[in-house]
Design a protein around this ligand. Sequence first.
Ligand SMILES: N[C@@H](CCC(=O)N[C@@H](CS)C(=O)NCC(=O)O)C(=O)O
Length: 231
Amino acid sequence: MLGMATPLTLIVGNKNYSSWSMRPWVLLRGLEITFNERLLKFHTQEWSDNIGRLSPSGMVPVLWEGEPGSGFATWDTLAIAERAHELFPDLAVWPREPQARARARSLCAEFHSGFRAFRGAMPMNIRSRYPGKGMNPEVAKDIERILTLWTEARKTFGGKGAFLFGAFSAADAFYAPVATRFVTYGVELKGAARDYQQALLDSPGVKAWSAEAVKETEFVAEDEPYGTAPR
Ligand SMILES: N[C@@H](CCC(=O)N[C@@H](CS)C(=O)NCC(=O)O)C(=O)O
């Protein structure tokens, strides 16, 4: 694992549900960057007692350099990816080739600000299986666009590597929760898109996050449009 003088701490939410938290966690882990984790579960006393101090935006994820709460904070997934890029210039958080780097940023930004139908109807829920749920014409259009982004990036920039831009990068971390959603909602992929999805699911960061997600038992109603709260 690679380290740096100032310790890093990532504040995250529930691993089963928090797709935004998953992204920087998978990115740092995938690039073998050493960091501490502080998990605040949604709708708990621990969340209410700490979120104001640990998150300037009141949301997760947040990356702290130094002491969480008094060190230097970077919040929002896109900003965290950029901060990691600056802190670890040798690690290729973004692809090294300028056009590939620009395209990787486009893919992340497009997901960050878009795909609302898909995100709303198929919220991340790693431990659950709801095949067929959430599909409608708007969601199908979003999925088609995602698959186009994946296959074009693989074809143009993938080279011999298994990821969107060859080696694992922030772009893959951004689409990790998409790969797990396709499993949850039984969206079957074909060809290059399927191969890429599998490479992502098999990548060390995604495997490690998912292994912890499936052990969680908390039921968060707003992320469970198809589930029933346990009694
Ligand atoms: N644009 C933000 C989105 C962060 C976000 O929506 N986080 C959710 C969890 S996945 C959250 O903190 N929700 C708690 C709340 O809104 O109170 C990012 O990219 O980091």
